[in-house]
Design a protein around this ligand. Structure first.
Ligand code: GLN
Length: 542
C-alpha cells in the first residue's frame, strides 16, 4: 500500500518547504524506503518555463525535458532522484488536462466542476505517480501558503485523499514561521496558530507541525504549538537556521521526526543510514580552504535565479574541502563602467551562467575576455558557452562585431545562430531544445579527462548554437570544441588548452550535480581555482 505525505505551509512563502520536503524524503530514504516527490504550484502557467527567473527563481530542467519549479532541484539533490515533468503539477497543467477531456467528450452530458472533476484529476495524478515511480511513499509539497485562493482545489483534493486512502496511509505535515521579536527576543507562535486554523477551516488537521524559526524553539513555544495545533508535543519539530541546508535532515532526525513519521505510517522503525550524507555535510561545514567566485549574470539580484549553479559550485567545493563564496555581479555594470572589470582580479574564478536576451551580454563578454587574457579560471554555462565563443571570435579571430543572432540579428558574423529545428517555432512554452541529450567527448581533451568517459548525457535548455560556418576559423585560432552531439554537428563543450582553466558547455551540468558526486565541469573549475590559489600547477585531471 502506497503512503501519501503532504506538506503545506503557513504564514508566508519561502519558509523552506522545499528543503523540509526534501529532508523528510531523506529521513525516509535513509531508512530504506523508496520515495518520490511531487511539487504543486498553484499558478496558472502550465509549467515554469515561461516565467521570469528574476521573479520566480531558476527553471529546473528534468531529464525528460520538463521545465519545472526549482524545488525539484532540491528533491533531486537531496534524494539523488531523476524526476520527471509530471512530478511538477500546476493549476495550468491540471485544468489543461480536464479541459482536453471535456473537449474529447469524456464528461459528455455533465456539468464539469472544480469538485469533483478538477479534484479527481489532481488525485488521479498523485496515484499515477505512485504507480509509475514504484515508490512506497509519495511526498507532495503544496506551493504557496494555506489560505491562497488558487491553492484551494489542491487542498480539497488532499483532504479527500485521507478519506479514500485511509488514516494510516496519509500524513499531513504543516510548516510555518515562528518569528522572534527583536525587542523582547520572544518566540511568537500566533501566526502559526492562525495558519493551522486556516488549514482546519478547509478540513485538514495536521498530524505534525514544523516550526520554522531562527533558533531552536523553547519549551513554552513548543507547548503552545502542540496545544493550539491539537497534536502531542512529540509531534512538533523545529527547523532552525543552519549553516548549510544539507544539515536539515540531520537536525530534524535528531529531534525524532524520522521515527515519528515511520511509526505513524506503520513502518518498522529502523535506524537511519546517514554515513555518506554526514561525510558530505562535514566537508561543507568544516572546510579547509575558501574560494571567491564571481558570477557575472543578468539576474544577479535574485540568487534563486542561479540556485542549481550555486549548489553545483558548492558540491565541487565540498569535494575539495573548500568553502565557496559567490559574489553575484550584475553584468551591465561592466558596460556602464568598463574600468570596473579589473575587479575580477580579486576573484579566484569567473563564472558566466545561463541567460536570455541582449541585456548584459556585452558585460559578460568583457568578463570572459578579462578571464581569458588574465588567465583566471573560467567556467561558462549555456549562454556562458555562447558568450565565450563570441568573445573569442571577436578578439582572437578578428571577426569584428561577431555576435549571436539572439543579441543582434544583423551581425556580420553570426557565430551563434538559431538551431535549424527552431526556425518557424512561434509558441514559447516547452519549445526549446530541452532535457537530456547525448554528448560525445573527444579522447585526450580536458573534457574527456574530467568526465572519464566518451559519452555523457547532460541536460539542455537553449534555442541557439555554434554556427558551423565559423567552426574552421574558431578552431584554427586555438579554440577546441571537445564535446559534440552524437552526429557531430552541435558543439557542446569548449576549452582553451593554453589557459590555466578555460572551459564552457552548452549543456547545464548543474542539474545533475549531487552532494558527494559533483558535476565534473564544476568540480574541474573549483579544483583549478583552488590549485591556482595555492600556487600549484594547472590540473590536467588525467
Ligand atoms: N539564450 C541562449 C539560447 O537560447 C542560452 C540559453 C541558456 O543560457 N539557457 O540558446
Amino acid at each position: 500500500m502506497v503512503k501519501y505525505l503532504f506538506v503545506t505551509g503557513g504564514v508566508l512563502s519561502s519558509v523552506g518547504k522545499g528543503i523540509l520536503t526534501s529532508s523528510i524524503g531523506k529521513m525516509l530514504q535513509s531508512r530504506g524506503l523508496k520515495v518520490t516527490v511531487i511539487k504543486i504550484d498553484p499558478y496558472v502557467n502550465v509549467d515554469a518555463g515561461t516565467m521570469n527567473p528574476y521573479m520566480h527563481g531558476e527553471v529546473f530542467v528534468t531529464d525528460d525535458g520538463g521545465e519545472t519549479d526549482l524545488d525539484l532541484g532540491w528533491y533531486e539533490r537531496f534524494l539523488d532522484l531523476s524526476l520527471k515533468q509530471e512530478n511538477n503539477i500546476t493549476t495550468g497543467s491540471i485544468y489543461k488536462a480536464v479541459i482536453e477531456k471535456e473537449r474529447r467528450g469524456d464528461f459528455l452530458g455533465r456539468c464539469v466542476q472544480i469538485i469533483p472533476h478538477v479534484t479527481n484529476e489532481i488525485k488521479s495524478h498523485f496515484r499515477k505517480i505512485a504507480r509509475t515511480s514504484n515508490a512506497e511513499v509519495v511526498l507532495t509539497e503544496v506551493g504557496g501558503t494555506v489560505g491562497d485562493i488558487e491553492g484551494l482545489p489542491f487542498l480539497e483534493a488532499i483532504r479527500q485523499m485521507r478519506l479514500e486512502e485511509g488514516f494510516e496511509n496519509t500524513l499531513y505535515v504543516h510548516v510555518a514561521l515562528v518569528p522572534i521579536l527583536d525587542v523582547t527576543q520572544e518566540m511568537k507562535t500566533k501566526p502559526l496558530q492562525h495558519s493551522v486554523n486556516e488549514l482546519r477551516r478547509i478540513g485538514i488537521q495536521p498530524d505534525t507541525i514544523v516550526a520554522r524559526s531562527p533558533k531552536m524553539i523553547d519549551a513554552e513555544a513548543l507547548r503552545k504549538i502542540a496545544l493550539f495545533g491539537t497534536i502531542p508535543e512529540n509531534a512538533v519539530f523545529c527547523s532552525y537556521n543552519a549553516e548549510s541546508v544539507y544539515q536539515v535532515p540531520l537536525i530534524l532526525d535528531s529531534q525524532g521526526m524520522g521515527d515519528f513519521i515511520c511509526q505513524r505510517l506503520n513502518y518498522a522503525c529502523t535506524r537511519p543510514y546517514f554515513v555518506q550524507w554526514k561525510e558530505f555535510v562535514d566537508a561543507v561545514v568544516k572546510p579547509e580552504h575558501e574560494l571567491n567566485i564571481a558570477l557575472v549574470g543578468k539576474y544577479a539580484g535574485l540568487t534563486d535565479s542561479y540556485v542549481s549553479m550555486g549548489e553545483a559550485l558548492r558540491h565541487g567545493g565540498a569535494a575539495n574541502k573548500t568553502k565557496i563564496c559567490i559574489t553575484y555581479l550584475e553584468a551591465e555594470k561592466f558596460e556602464q563602467d568598463p574600468q570596473c572589470i579589473s575587479e575580477l582580479n580579486n576573484f579566484d574564478g569567473v563564472f558566466v551562467p545561463y541567460g536570455f536576451g541582449p541585456r548584459g551580454t556585452e558585460g559578460k563578454m568583457a568578463a570572459a575576455k578579462f578571464a581569458r587574457e588574465n588567465d583566471i579560471p573560467f567556467l561558462g554555462i549555456c549562454y556562458g558557452f555562447q558568450i565565450a565563443t563570441i568573445e573569442f571570435a571577436r578578439n582572437v579571430c578578428g571577426l569584428k562585431d561577431a555576435n549571436s543572432t539572439e543579441i543582434n540579428p544583423n551581425t556580420p558574423h553570426p557565430v551563434i545562430d538559431l538551431m535549424p529545428e527552431q526556425r518557424g517555432i512561434e509558441n514559447k512554452g516547452a519549445t526549446m531544445r530541452l532535457g537530456s541529450h547525448k554528448v560525445v567527448l573527444e579522447k585526450g581533451t580536458m573534457a574527456y579527462n574530467l568526465y572519464r568517459t566518451q559519452e555523457v548525457k547532460e541536460r539542455h535548455r537553449h534555442r541557439f548554437e555554434v554556427n558551423l560556418d565559423y567552426l574552421d576559423v574558431l578552431c584554427k585560432n586555438g579554440m577546441v570544441y571537445s564535446g559534440k552531439s552524437a552526429d557531430g554537428r552541435r558543439m557542446e563543450t569548449l576549452e582553451l588548452p593554453d589557459r590555466y582553466f578555460y572551459f564552457a558547455s552548452q549543456f547545464h551540468g548543474e542539474f545533475r550535480s549531487r552532494p558527494g558526486r559533483p558535476s565534473p565541469e564544476y568540480y574541474g573549475f573549483i579544483t583549478a581555482c583552488l590549485n591556482r590559489k595555492l600556487g600549484k600547477p594547472k590540473p590536467t585531471f588525467s
